[in-house]
Design a protein around this ligand. Sequence first.
Ligand SMILES: [Zn+2]
Length: 162
Amino acid sequence: MKNKYYVYELIEDNEIVYCGFTNSPPRRKAEHRCRFQFEFDMNILSEHGTKREALAEEETMTLFLKSVGLAKYNDVIGSVVTQNLKKMVAINTGKVRSEETKRKISNTLKGQKHTKIRKLNMGKGIKNQTRYTCPHCGVVGVRGNMNRWHFDNCKQREYKNV
Ligand SMILES: [Zn+2]
């Protein structure tokens, strides 16, 4: 039997709080139930034939969600995502985005996803929220996320101070 990998999101109070991938959604869901102290729904976003492909998709999705202030439970610190997030912030700051990234994000957001994120953005007024830039790593985001993961809590700050 061929292995399949799934990229999924967790929803808490109508907000996407986590994005990940797994080859067994029911098992992963049970693991999250133990680890996270909140009630959530799990939605499968896409299905992949290889782990590599699923990882790439998860990363793109997580980066996008982070960039609009969602996926607050994704701890990007210390993972490969951190490097790419910094790259993405640099790219976004320069208002240049590669066609490949644009295509990926647009594909990811098509259909139901698109509607869902637009609704979330409108509902939460994310567009109107003030953005803060972390002085240590340059990540830009809404206040809640930034206070939790950046400023005095930023991992880059520790590295710099050493
Ligand atoms: Zn930071």
